[in-house]
Design a protein. Structure first.
Length: 255
C-alpha cells in the first residue's frame, strides 16, 4: 500500500471532495494524509484512517465573501483574478509551499488541487508521481469546444485556448514559476499543460453524463464522477479511480 499525500486549498467546495477521496483511499488500505488550507468555517473532520493537517493563515468564510463582493465590482476578469491572487492566495504561498515540501517528504505519491503548483513542484523535486484533481472540466483544452465564456472558433478552437492560456498565464504563472525555480526545477512554460495538468494523471471530478469525455483529451485525463462520500465499491460510475504505485518505476496509474 502507498503513502498518499493530498493537498488542497480554497472554500468548502474545494475541500470536501478531497476528504471524500482521502476516505476512500484509506478504506482501501492506503496511508493517507490531507493537508488543507480553507476559507470554510465548517468543521471538517478527518475521515476514518486519514491524518488531517491545516496550513496556518486561513482566512474566514466571511472575509472571503466580502472579498468576492469587492472583486465582482471589477470589470476585467483578468483584473479580478489578479486581485484575488494578491489578497487571497499570495499571503499564504509560503505556508502552502512549506506544507507541500513536508508532505512530499512523507509520501509516495502526491494528489493535489490543480491550482497548487507548489505541490506539483515539491513532488517533482522528490521524484514522486503526482496527480492533479480538477473540480471543473473547462480548464483542460479540447478542440471540441471553446473555453467557457468565449465564442466558438470552429476549426480554430486551439486559438481560443491559446488566448485563454496567455491571459490566465499572466495572472497565475508567476507563482508557479517561483515555486518551480525555488526547488531547482525547470520553469514551466504553459499554464494549463505544464502547471495545472499532471504528466501522470488528471482526475476530472464531474459526472460523465454532464461532461462527456472529449475524444482528443490525452489518456492521462480521467472523468471520475463527483468525489463525494460514501464511495461504494459497486458504484456504477466508480468516482474514485483508485491510485496505485507500481514498483520499481513508481508510476501513478489509474484503474
Amino acid at each position: 500500500m502507498a503513502r498518499i499525500g493530498i493537498q488542497t486549498w480554497g472554500t468548502r467546495g474545494d475541500v470536501e471532495p478531497f476528504l471524500a477521496l482521502a476516505g476512500a483511499l484509506a478504506e482501501r488500505g492506503h496511508e493517507v494524509e490531507v493537508a488543507m488550507a480553507t476559507a470554510s468555517d465548517a468543521r471538517h473532520e478527518a475521515p476514518l484512517g486519514v491524518t488531517l493537517t491545516r496550513t496556518p493563515g486561513e482566512i474566514t468564510e466571511a472575509d472571503t465573501s466580502a472579498l468576492v463582493r469587492e472583486v465582482a465590482q471589477i470589470a476585467s476578469p483578468l483584473a479580478q483574478g489578479r486581485e484575488m491572487m494578491r489578497r487571497a492566495f499570495d499571503p499564504y504561498v509560503d505556508g502552502l509551499t512549506e506544507t507541500a515540501v513536508e508532505l512530499a517528504e512523507r509520501s509516495d505519491v502526491i494528489v493535489r488541487h490543480h491550482f497548487l503548483s507548489m505541490a506539483q513542484a515539491a513532488a517533482r523535486a522528490k521524484g514522486l508521481p503526482e496527480v492533479s484533481v480538477f473540480l471543473t472540466p473547462d480548464l483542460l483544452p479540447t478542440r471540441e469546444h471553446a473555453p467557457t465564456g468565449m465564442p466558438s472558433f470552429g476549426p480554430l478552437q486551439a486559438l481560443a485556448w491559446w488566448m485563454m492560456a496567455k491571459g490566465a498565464g499572466g495572472v497565475f504563472m508567476p507563482s508557479a514559476v517561483r515555486a518551480h525555480e525555488a526547488m531547482g526545477l525547470e520553469r514551466p512554460r504553459h499554464l494549463m499543460r505544464d502547471v495545472w495538468s499532471s504528466r501522470e494523471a488528471n482526475l476530472i471530478a464531474v459526472s460523465p453524463a454532464m461532461c462527456p469525455r472529449p475524444a482528443d483529451w490525452p489518456a492521462t485525463h480521467h472523468v471520475t464522477g463527483f468525489l463525494q462520500g460514501p464511495m461504494s465499491e459497486d458504484a456504477t460510475i466508480e468516482p474514485l479511480s483508485l491510485i496505485h504505485i507500481s514498483e520499481p518505476t513508481r508510476q501513478a496509474e489509474i484503474s
